[in-house]
Design a protein around this ligand. Structure first.
Ligand code: OAD
Length: 246
């Protein structure tokens, strides 16, 4: 164990309430691409304004629909990696362990976490862009060139994810702020810390007296705030932490 692992062990051992904020990096080892990693990140290959904004959807609903259906298929094929499984184990270890995620996949659920706050929605849920009516995806719609039409108003159906320029679900954001305000230690795993308001949660935790532990192979804007940083992949590092909270 290196010095940082010892420092994290010490923080976790003395923490009664632990929470975690995850980003795309936690799912990277499951084969789900991140957004901002050079070369492999989705935003290195695709234009977020065209694919992840209300304006992009209005301009070309079919393009956006086909892109999300391809991503959904990738998420469904993926399985939780050892990082997800370690976070599920942490929920069993720390009662009330809150898992706040920016991810729209369901890998935390499939790993076994039950107390999950999704800040950016779910790629497997759908609603009408015009009237908000929920929509159950049908098999044939997965390969359709255009989005389904809403049964209520005929508007275009879209994935229930948060796009650029849209606000986060208020109940999720409130739950996240409450969780980071109440914890003794916050793990910040696999996020670039560039997207607000999620990126503000570690600062809120810190101001409320929590210690912040960053797990990421790369430094980022949250690194300076962290009390301790573990540089590396979450699939390797999170399982290492399990044995040391006892
Ligand atoms: P990013 O793609 O911005 O950042 C991914 C982070 O994961 C980077 O800091 C990487 O260094 C790190 N990373 C890569 N591989 C890793 C691994 N194996 N283990 C641990 N960390 C690893 O993803 P997010 O921070 O989640 O929003 O992005 C935030 C939001 O921006 C997303 O939710 C999405 C995007 O636009 C919406 O879709 C609304």
């Amino acid at each position: 164990m290196d010095t940082s692992i010892h420092a994290v062990a010490e923080i976790l051992r003395s923490s009664a309430v632990v929470a975690c904020l995850t980003g795309a990096g936690v799912s990277a080892e499951s084969g789900v691409p991140t957004f901002r990693d050079a070369q492999t990140g989705l935003w290195a290959r695709y234009d977020p304004q065209r694919l992840a904004s209300p304006q992009g959807f209005a301009a070309d609903p079919g393009l956006v629909w086909r892109w999300y259906m391809a991503r959904l298929a990738g998420v469904e094929k993926a399985t939780p990696n050892p990082g997800h499984l370690a976070l599920a184990e942490m929920e069993r270890h720390w009662p009330g362990f809150a898992l706040i995620t920016q991810n729209v996949d369901d890998l935390h659920e499939r790993a076994g976490n039950t107390n999950i706050i999704h800040l950016h929605g779910s790629i497997a849920r759908f609603h009408c862009q015009r009237c908000g009516t929920l929509h159950n995806l049908q098999a044939a719609e997965r390969t359709a060139p255009q989005p389904p039409r809403c049964a209520t108003c005929g508007g275009n159906v879209r994935p229930s994810v948060v796009w650029f320029g849209e606000t986060l679900p208020q109940s999720s954001l409130t739950a996240a702020v409450n969780a980071v305000s109440a914890c003794d230690a916050l793990l910040v795993v696999g996020t670039s810390g560039l997207v607000y308001p999620a990126a503000e949660l570690p600062l809120i935790a810190k101001r409320a007296g929590s210690r912040v532990i960053e797990i990421n192979p790369e430094p980022g804007p949250l690194s300076a705030l962290a009390d301790v940083t573990l540089r590396g992949r979450s699939g390797a590092l999170l399982p290492q932490l399990l044995g040391i909270g006892d």
